[in-house]
Write a protein of this length. Structure first.
Length: 160
């Protein structure tokens, strides 16, 4: 597990192993990260679903991931620590479902066309683009023109 290529291959294997079974539990696999902490490895699995995962969802996902890992040799012999959590607000919006799940939230969007960053509220989306309200005007932004998009943390979110 010493090279980035080896780590990338492991993440690919884990993603293939976990995606279907987690979907059958009603959660989407959002991220798989493998890291090192001394002699142990850490395996972080992030899941999400519409409305956000509950504690029961996370517990079920943890049991399923553990069962799948115990039934395979994908993690090898080296000990590891498993962490299953929700996606969190710091993750980028990279898929249409991420935009859908964040309707009503304030987002910052960096565009690929050099127009800089936009900040607005997600009002809708489809498979091709998100609609964002910026200063009272709605703007449709194709995903292909988004370099990076993140939810902004609001201490006093807009009501409604």
């Amino acid at each position: 597990m010493s090279t980035p290529d080896t780590r990338d291959r492991l993440v690919e294997l884990l993603t293939r192993l976990l995606t279907g079974p987690l979907a059958s539990l009603g959660v989407d696999l959002e991220a798989v990260e493998v890291g090192s902490a001394g002699r142990r490895r850490t395996l972080r699995v992030a899941v999400d679903k519409d409305g956000g995962p509950t504690m029961d969802d996370l517990a079920g996902a943890t049991r399923e991931v553990s069962r799948l890992l115990d039934g395979s040799d994908v993690m090898g012999e080296q000990p590891y620590t498993l962490e299953v959590s929700s996606r969190g607000v710091d993750r980028p919006l990279t898929m249409p479902r991420h935009w859908r799940r964040n309707r009503g939230r304030l987002v910052k969007v960096d565009l690929t066309d050099g127009a800089g960053a936009l900040t607005g509220r997600v009002t809708g989306n489809d498979d091709e683009a998100a609609t964002i309200e910026i200063s009272g005007t709605e703007r449709r932004i194709p995903y292909a023109k988004v370099r990076r998009a993140r939810v902004q943390i609001e201490f006093k979110p807009k009501e409604g």
